[in-house]
Design a protein around this ligand. Structure first.
Ligand SMILES: O=c1ccn([C@@H]2O[C@H](COP(=O)(O)O)[C@@H](O)[C@H]2O)c(=O)[nH]1
Length: 230
């Protein structure tokens, strides 16, 4: 079973990530890890292989967005890394999403980013990509992903319940934009606590800086797990 709480391993290189991971190495139940662009672009596939050899579940957050053939081939390459999750942008459209699905293999799940959690309603309108409201746009993109065969969405926890209502209970709803009460939002605009995210229909969460920059990261991770499972 994959743990529902993913720690975002947003570090500049493998050395920094490995220092952070040291206390988790010998745990029987290891935290699930999200590797994003910063670390993947610095260290490449070999670092992912190392994490898999150490039995960490890996969510590769590369947010693929390109023409269908390119995305399909990229998904096929990344599926060979034996990661559990990979992200694409729902805004890439049905043909791109279907090309991703056709190449994902049997074990990897694809998650489609709806609207970034750093976007406020105003930021979204500024792009002029849609006249819809944030919730209308997230629902539309989630449905597009669902009917294209994607396994779930990345959205703010604020929209998780809406996505559930408009797709299906089994469609995954993984939510970044998580902060513990009193934490600073940083560049996130649509945030909730782990407890509120769970209550609002999230099936899993991504949390980075609240843990990785904490003085006692393990204690914060345990607190997040506790809040999530209450
Ligand atoms: O809409 C999105 C999609 C991805 N992310 C990623 O999640 C983490 C969040 O980190 P925090 O430090 O907890 O803010 C980060 O790796 C993002 O790239 C997201 O935040 N929002």
């Amino acid at each position: 079973m994959i743990e529902p709480v993913f720690i975002a391993l947003d570090f500049p290189d493998a050395a920094a990530a490995n220092t952070f991971l040291l206390p988790y190495r010998d745990r029987i139940v290891k935290p699930a890890l999200k590797v994003g662009m910063e670390l993947f672009y610095a260290e490449g596939p070999s670092f992912i292989r190392e994490l898999r050899e150490q039995k960490f579940d890996v969510f590769l957050d590369l947010k693929l967005y390109d023409i269908p053939t390119t995305v399909g081939h990229a998904v096929a390459s990344l599926a060979k890394l034996d990661v559990q999750y990979l992200t694409v942008h729902a805004a890439g459209g049905e043909k791109m999403l279907r090309a991703a699905v056709a190449n994902k293999g049997a074990h990897m799940k694809l998650l489609a980013v709806t609207q970034l959690t750093s976007f406020s309603e105003m930021d979204m309108q500024e792009t002029q990509l849609t006249n819809a409201s944030m919730s209308e746009s997230v629902i539309h993109l989630a449905k597009l992903a669902y009917y294209s065969g994607i396994d779930g969405t990345i959205s703010s926890p604020l929209e998780a319940n809406l996505i559930k209502k408009n797709t299906s209970d089994s469609f995954l709803r993984i939510t970044p934009g998580i902060r513990l009460a009193g934490d600073q939002a940083d560049d996130q605009a649509r945030i909730m606590t782990p407890k509120a995210a769970h209550e609002n229909g999230a099936t899993g969460l991504v949390i980075g800086r609240s843990i990785t920059k904490a003085v006692q990261p393990i204690a914060v991770y345990e607190r997040v797990l506790k809040e999530w499972s209450k």
